[in-house]
Design a protein around this ligand. Structure first.
Ligand code: SF4
Length: 368
């Protein structure tokens, strides 16, 4: 029989609506319409009531899409629906776009105990923002951050995309300086990926090559470290103590509930993904794709995910779970990576350095 600690302690909720569609976006999303959102919230409530059996969660993360694209009534309905689960969570995050993070929505966030907001900034250059069909300006970001702080929400993440077309290194440095001027606790920088069925793909926009991404990450990393940030995951930096607890659940290979259109979850050795078909979802015909995670699969997930962070792989913990000492078995390979500056060992952990984080796929293949 499983013990209570086996229950997921993290909950992700997907709100798929957006006011407009960005040219690069491959997330599960659709244009906001009032009536669609009404039906969606009904289906979401049903899924929440059926699926979330553990009411003692540590983290909640409402992402999208754009949760703040809902109107105020719908936004409050969403927060109300989640509220019984939110009483004792340590971290409650909502994603927002700057232009729809209005004062009234901020007051609702505060009222329902949301203590962390993640804002999609993507670029701080207004021309670049316009060129990728974002609807905000950098001034909107400043206003949103000020309003959050004035209303007592101080734990703020700002997202940036690396490798957007026509962004020079000089502009990237300016982006980082602009973002630092807002004094966030957490910054995420993701390298652009061009997916099929996006405007970028149709327009044959190229992804940044490895060399560009490496140099960009290096530049960002040194600017952020100089300003007191810790590079705790490949694409994420935080002030000490402000790592995203929710996202650490994923990287620690722990279980989580995932609700909503196209959402993924991991419960009872099953990794699942909800339907991405909106009509099916709102008609309660959620066809779920499932992957049964065997011990061997789990071992591979453990190596792949845990190496993404500064926590790395705990050798004793790993041995408890998988029955062997990962360091002893791969001693030559690991020592070689250590000597070349890609890995280090610290307090019985195998930890990637910055350089190691840049070649994780290779390290993973050698250790898996
Ligand atoms: S707002 Fe976010 S989810 Fe919506 S289209 Fe733009 S990138 Fe995609």
């Amino acid at each position: 029989m499983r013990t209570k600690t086996n229950f997921p302690k993290a909950l992700y909720i997907h709100i798929p609506f957006c006011e407009s569609i960005c040219d690069y976006c491959d997330f599960t999303k659709l244009q906001y319409f009032h009536s669609f959102a009404e039906k969606y919230l009904v289906a979401l409530k049903k899924e929440l009531n059926e699926k979330v059996t553990n009411k003692e969660l540590d983290t909640i993360y409402i992402g999208g899409g754009t949760p703040t694209s809902l109107n105020d009534e719908q936004f409050e309905e969403l927060l109300k629906m989640v509220d019984p689960l939110a009483k004792s969570v340590k971290e409650y995050t909502v994603e927002a776009n700057p232009e729809s993070l209005t004062l009234s929505k901020i007051k609702l966030l505060k009222k329902y105990g949301v203590n962390r907001v993640s804002i999609g900034v993507e670029s701080t250059n207004n021309q670049i923002l316009k060129s990728i069909n974002r609807k905000h300006t950098f001034e909107d970001v400043k206003t949103a951050v000020d309003n959050l702080r004035e209303n007592g929400i101080n734990n703020i993440n700002l997202d940036l995309i690396i490798g957007l077309p026509n962004v020079s290194f000089k502009m990237l440095e300016k982006d980082i300086c602009n973002i630092l001027s807002l004094n966030p606790n957490h910054i995420s920088c993701y390298s652009l990926t061009v997916h099929e069925h996006t405007v970028f793909y149709i327009n044959k926009i190229e992804e940044p090559n490895e060399e560009y991404s490496y140099e960009a990450y290096k530049t960002i990393n040194s600017l952020l470290e100089e300003n007191g940030f810790i590079h705790y995951e490949v694409s994420n930096w935080s002030k000490p103590g402000f790592e995203s607890l929710h996202n650490l659940t994923y990287w620690r290979n722990e279980q989580y509930y995932g609700l909503g259109l196209g959402a993924s979850g991991y419960i009872d050795n099953i990794r699942y993904k909800n339907t991405t078909n909106f009509n099916k979802y709102i008609s309660f015909k959620n066809e779920i794709e499932q992957e049964v995670v065997t011990l061997e699969d789990n071992r591979q997930y453990e190596i792949m995910l845990r190496l993404r962070t500064k926590e790395g792989i705990d050798v004793l913990d790993f041995k408890d779970k998988f029955g062997y000492d990962i360091y002893e078995r791969n001693k030559d390979v690991i020592d070689d990576y250590i000597n070349r500056g890609y890995l280090l060992t610290s307090a019985r952990r195998i930890v990637p350095t910055f350089e190691g984080m840049m070649i994780l796929d290779k390290i993973y293949l050698d250790l898996a």
